[in-house]
Design a protein around this ligand. Structure first.
Ligand code: HEM
Length: 468
């Protein structure tokens, strides 16, 4: 392990800088910046050792005073500290987002949204990025609530509310004095230099309104109809389950369950929309820049599905369509949506490989570096779905090569904090990919290709933001 200094802490494209530390210092780099301790982990085995094998220790999350505490984002599942509230969130989410439930309850919404996306592409192909954003934002909202607006309450635009909240997060991301001097949170809002506090109160109201708005609508409808005719959604399904146990629960327990469902459903948009959008965006980019790979996926779709029916989730899986599966895996590896995995903080002091790691250190796994590890992937910057495939010697068919590390092993994080929406996100991306290439051939504008050097380096091609 090596220590570097705060001035080396990158402001932009962090995973690339972390990757350079691997060459200089080895897999672990210790950094202290703005009074906070970070441990940057740059290889897969070490991430697994810390966040999975020692997952009971490296399980906490950090949060800032302004955004986390005063505005309330600490209550989003991915920001919730380790403890009973987080465990309750995970119990609901793990059950509600299991692969068979996703397939049974949410496939129809995914197909409906994808067909709307295809229609938009016919009319306005140049808007594909914006339409992809819209599709994934609406899909995750519908999965959370079964609808995208509450007509009875004036039809506020829920997606827009979320986008506004994302702006608040961006505005506050660089930190305020109160984040370093927590006693400042007690300063009354009317004092002359407390504009930040007045802003925080305003943002808190905006945040609380958005969090309660759709949840309250679904709850009201459920109480009025007992769920008759309501579409499946995370809120409907989990509230129904909780209400079915109301005889065995105290009023306080029911209230706690409701609060947890409200927080988890509100978290899904922040955690699930842009990440799924990223997988689809990378797939579309890869298919455009690699016409040969696109042609192989399209011929697989032609052979398995043909022109007379739509793709269906029953076609999904490496046994039926190995090349499509490998292409999506390669899209997730080529550009991991969360290039720096959210920090896992140890809940107690730990000794690892002889190094002392204090409680509260932000342990950051650099998923990007794993995706570019030449020991794991030959020519890692090259988009090559075949790296995940091998030919069956007996019948010549293709199967997944399990000796190659699947991106499933690192792009969704590790241990008990692993992404609970991974099956949902992957299935949504699969449906979009299958429908787009069933319906269209994609070509780059003006016939540009990788050979022309079009955005040829990783650094130019991807943005390395929180969601890349
Ligand atoms: C498809 C692409 C997706 C990717 C690549 C992705 C990736 C991740 C990663 C890296 C984490 C952090 C895991 C860790 O700390 O070890 C995470 C957490 C999380 N993800 Fe996803 N995610 C995706 C889709 C989704 C979807 C569709 C949902 C839900 C609708 C979702 C919900 C969550 C939640 C709630 C957490 C917080 C878990 C916790 O802190 O306990 N994600 N995701």
């Amino acid at each position: 392990m090596a220590c570097t200094d705060a001035f080396d802490m990158p402001l932009g494209k962090a995973p690339l800088t972390y990757g350079k530390w691997l060459e200089r210092y080895g897999p672990l780099t210790w950094v202290v910046a703005s009074g906070k301790q970070y441990l940057i982990v740059n290889d897969y085995e070490t991430m697994k050792e810390l966040m999975e094998k020692r997952g009971n220790i490296y399980i906490d999350r950090d949060s800032t005073v302004l955004l986390g505490e005063l505005i309330g984002q600490k209550t989003l599942t991915h920001r919730t500290p380790y403890g009973p509230t987080w465990r309750q969130h995970r119990r609901f989410l793990n059950r509600a987002l299991m692969a068979p439930i996703v397939k049974r309850d949410y496939s129809a919404a995914m197909i409906r949204k994808t067909l709307a996306f295809l229609n938009a592409l016919v009319d306005r192909p140049q808007d594909f990025l914006m339409e992809n954003k819209k599709m994934t934002a609406e899909l995750v909202t519908e999965i959370s609530y079964g609808m995208i607006e509450d007509d009875e309450d004036g039809g506020h635009d829920f997606v827009k509310m979320h986008l506004d909240i994302a702006k608040i997060s961006a505005t506050t991301a660089e930190g305020y004095w109160v984040d370093y001097l927590p006693w400042m949170k007690h300063i009354p809002p009317w004092t002359p230099l407390a504009q930040w506090k007045r802003d925080a109160i305003k943002w808190r109201k905006q945040y609380d309104f958005a969090r309660d708005y759709m949840f309250d609508a679904v709850k009201k409808q459920l109480l009025n109809t007992r769920g008759e005719g309501m579409p499946a959604s995370l809120v409907r399904n989990t509230l129904q389950e909780v209400y079915s146990q109301q005889d065995s629960k105290s009023g306080e327990e029911l209230q706690n369950d409701e609060t947890a469902i409200k927080q988890t459903s509100f978290s899904l948009f922040r955690a699930g929309a842009e990440t799924t959008e990223s997988v689809i965006r990378t797939f579309l980019l890869a298919m455009t820049l690699h016409p040969e790979a696109q042609a192989r996926v399209r011929s697989e779709i032609d052979a398995v599905i043909g022109p007379n029916r739509f793709p269906s989730v029953d076609d999904k899986g490496p046994e039926k369509m190995p090349y499509l599966e490998a292409t999506l895996l390669e899209s997730m590896r080529w550009n991991p949506p969360v290039s720096s995995i959210l920090p896992h903080l140890p809940i107690r002091d730990d000794i690892f490989r002889g190094y002392f790691i204090p409680k509260g250190t932000a342990v950051v796994g650099n998923a990007w570096q794993v995706s570019r590890d030449p020991q794991l992937y030959h020519q890692p910057s090259v988009f090559n779905p075949e790296r995940f495939l091998k030919r069956n010697e007996n019948d010549g068919s293709l199967t997944l090569d399990t000796s190659v590390l699947s991106p499933w092993e690192f792009v969704f994080g590790f241990g008990r904090r692993i992404c609970p929406g991974r099956d949902l996100g992957f299935q949504a991306a699969w449906i979009t990919a299958a429908f787009v290439l069933w319906a269209f051939e994609m070509r780059a504008k003006d016939g540009m290709s990788m050979e022309d050097g079009y955005m040829a380096t990783d650094e130019e091609r991807f943005n390395f933001a929180a969601i890349s």
